[in-house]
Design a protein around this ligand. Structure first.
Ligand code: KG4
Length: 372
């Protein structure tokens, strides 16, 4: 009932003003806020949390506390950089999940409090949809947008999915709307980013290990080690066998050289870490791309995008370019700033939902787990 009253009076009033969406992202260890004005991204501020580095992974309680410290200055900076005031805001979008519950609660509570104080609606955003919709952000750099239908390989620390993104049939094609997301395939165990992070940890590299694998792989021989590749039907992925194969390769080498630690082994085996990283990276990229190629061929889709933290990986980005040329795909690779968690993508999803008048009730709660 409250929602209806809002539509009649406030929404009509808002329609006359520029549409200003303020977004908040706090699903893991990045506090981010962004502003979109009439469809154009005006600011995207990210405060990364360094506090977790010494623990080799994100500590949920520390993440929540850091979000509490960061959120006010981050939102304030996002508004200032966008050259708008809080009174200009048409709606507040926030990441509702999936993510760490404590972290999500900080962003959700802040969004609700701000929206209530300004008497504007709130818009809940699925973080995974946000990653895909990063491809629609108008950031002034001439970012190319996919057309529907397209496939998106969503690869992060928690997900490895092939998603078919389609326009909602009932909607006007010429206007921007939140599309439909259909999972075509997904990992049945670990995510690609998780495999990178866990293997990096075994090699004694800092968290998150993905960027370190990428860096060391540039100096290594990708054909040096052969790791197990999964044999899973359809478009699903599996990375747990690869992880075990990586671990067993190292275990056997430790035994062979009669040493106990990776450092001792690295002193005996030239380019150990570099070659292990290059071989692992090449295997992960091959696994990801083969299934994607199969899905694109079977579904007859030639618009293919990549999203999520692992889309920052240089070998995966190059594979997209190579496959694009070979199979005549139109490929969409996000700028680095949109690969990891950021509020710009949440803002874009929020903007689409605002145009659809798809608002969220004030008593809705965040969720730790959900699908796209
Ligand atoms: O999307 P994201 O920022 O967070 C979520 O999981 O939601 O993704 C983080 C993941 C981590 O596993 C990290 O190691 C991986 O993305 N990652 C990379 C690279 N940069 C980040 N993996 C491989 N190569 C990279 N350059």
């Amino acid at each position: 009932m409250q929602k209806k009253v809002y539509f009649c009076a406030e929404f009509l009033k808002q329609m006359e003003k520029p549409v200003v969406i303020l977004a908040i992202e706090s699903s893991c260890d990045d506090t981010s806020s962004a502003v979109i004005v009439d469809g154009i991204l005006r600011s995207n501020v990210i405060a990364s949390q360094k506090v977790h580095e010494e623990y080799g992974g994100v500590v949920p309680e520390l993440a929540s506390r850091a979000h509490q410290l960061n959120i006010l200055p981050v939102v304030d900076t996002a508004l200032k950089r966008a050259r708008v005031t809080k009174e200009d805001i048409s709606a507040v979008a926030f990441t509702r999940g999936p993510g760490l519950l404590g972290s999500l609660l900080v962003g959700t509570s802040f969004a609700k409090g701000l929206a209530l104080s300004l008497n504007v609606p709130i818009i809940d955003v699925n973080h995974l949809q946000g990653h895909v919709l990063a491809h629609f952000v108008e950031d002034g750099t001439g970012l190319k947008h996919p057309t529907f239908p397209f496939l998106c390989l969503l690869v992060s620390g928690g997900n490895s999915q092939i998603i078919l993104v389609e326009s909602k049939e009932s909607k006007d094609e010429s206007a921007p709307h939140l599309p439909n997301f259909k999972i075509i395939g997904q990992t049945i165990d670990d995510a690609a980013g998780e495999a990178f992070d866990k293997c990096a940890k075994v090699l004694g590299l800092p968290y998150p290990g993905g960027p370190w694998i990428d860096k060391l792989a540039k100096e290594g021989d990708a054909t040096k080690y052969l790791f197990a590749k999964p044999n899973i039907a359809g478009y699903d992925y599996s990375f747990s066998g690869l992880k075990t194969s990586f671990l067993y390769t190292l275990r056997d080498m430790l035994k062979e050289h009669g040493v106990e630690t990776i450092d001792e082994l690295a002193a005996r085996v030239p380019h150990l870490r570099e070659d292990m990283c290059a071989s692992l990276q090449a295997t992960v990229v091959d696994i990801l791309m083969r299934k994607l190629k199969k899905a694109a061929k079977d579904l007859g889709v030639t618009q293919v995008a990549v999203a999520g933290g692992v889309s920052a990986n240089s070998a995966l980005r190059q594979a997209f370019i190579d496959y694009g040329k070979k199979y005549k795909w139109d490929v969409f690779i996000p700028p680095f700033s949109f690969t990891t968690d950021n509020a710009a993508m949440v803002c874009q999803a929020g903007y689409f939902k605002y145009l659809d008048k798809d608002f969220c009730a004030i008593d809705e709660v965040p969720y730790a787990k959900t699908t796209i």
